[in-house]
Structures are given as C-alpha cells and as structure tokens.
Design a protein. Sequence first.
Length: 261
Amino acid sequence: MFPIGDDNSGRIRTPYVNYALLLFNIFVFVYWQRLGTDIPVTFGYSTVPAEILTGRDLVSESRIIIDPISGARQHLPGLQPGPYPIYLTLLTSMFLHGGIAHIFGNMLYLAVFGDNLENVMGHARYLAFYLLCGLAASSTHVAATAFIGQNPFIPSLGASGAISGVLGGYLLLFPRNRVRIWFILGFWPFPAFICVGLWFVFQVINGLGALGSDEGSGIAYAAHIGGFIAGLLLVRLFTHTDTYEQVLDRIEYFKRRRRTF
C-alpha cells in the first residue's frame, strides 16, 4: 500500500513537529551515509533485544558472510558500543534506517498521516505521542523476541514502530478520512478504516508467518503491531476531551466554509 495523500481540508495548525521529524530522520540517514560509517553506527545505536534484556552493552567480533548462490562476500560488523545506559537504544533506533527504500517508505507514511494527528493534538503532545509509541513498539519487539525464542542478537531499527502508532491514532480519530493510495494501476481514494485496517491485518498475518524462523523475516512485525496498539490506547490521552472536541468543531467549521466558496 502506497499512500500519497489524504484529506487535510480541516487543517488549522502547521505541522511543524511532523516536518521536523521528517527532516531529522532524513538528515541522520544522509549524514551517516555520507561518512560511510552507517553500518557500525547502525549496529551500535539500534535496539538489540539481548542488550535490553540483560541491561549490558554487548560487543562482538565482525564476520564475513558468503552468499551461497552468488559466492559474494559481505563484511558484517559485530555489535558495536552503544549509548549509556543501553536502554537509550530503544529511542535512538527510531531515527536510524537501513537503506533508501526503508527510509522512503517510512517517511511517506509519516508525511501522509502524521500531520492530521498533530493538527488535533498540538505540537508538544504529538511529539510525546510519537516517541511513546516508538518506545512501546521497540519494547514489544524485545518482548516478542524473548517470548518466541528468536535470535536476540539481531539489531532492529527504523521509525516504523512509531509511525505504526501514528496509524493507530489516525484510525481512531479519522476512520472515514479519504486516503489516496496506489492500487491496481492507479490512485484511488479509500476510507482510512479500510486501508489502515488492511495494513494492520497484513502485519498480523505476516508476523504469524515469521514465527517459525529463528532469524525472523527481517521485518519487526511485532514492533509494528505493538506500536499500532499503543497508538490506539494512547491517542485519547493526548487529545483531552475539551481540546479534542473544540478542534474537531473548528475542523468542521473550516470544511463548511470551504464548501461554500
């Protein structure tokens, strides 16, 4: 699912925080890529379940991986020294990405869905909501890794857990918003409860399909699921009843005005 836009006709706030999150993620990615040190940094500041479970900053030797089909050799650095305390990687991993496709997909979703939540929550509350959803997502991934028995030394990184929380909040607050997505050779508008709901169903199905592998699927589906549920649970805490109702009333007012012009 590739969303390209949604209904922002009721915008009453400029989404400065969402813009800042987009720019900061892109800056971190480009900066480390430019230095040519993205892999060691990734391994040092990503969330490694074994480190979180033991509370220890683990360091391991690098190794050479040989592709059994092509014979290509790839140097893979071991676990690198991380921040102190090591639990900070639950936060730092949110701003690291493994490649252009990874960061492009995450930033696309954040750009489409994040501004609506900031419009309702306000700047400070939206930032707190985003970070808490990301922490919940990383913690869910760690817990799921331990519970399922998958390899706890594989680093996880990316903003997708926090953005999954944004999707959860979006689904609850804007279930009927029209979201334009690429689908079957064209762009089509779908209600949010359909496209976001299907996205979550796919995360659950794919996550269950990865249960039988010690290495997992390469995608932290548990983090996506945990972040999404956190978004559903937290969104009303960050939209106080009076503020929430007042903002929605103003959104409806601006929508009515737009229809009259």
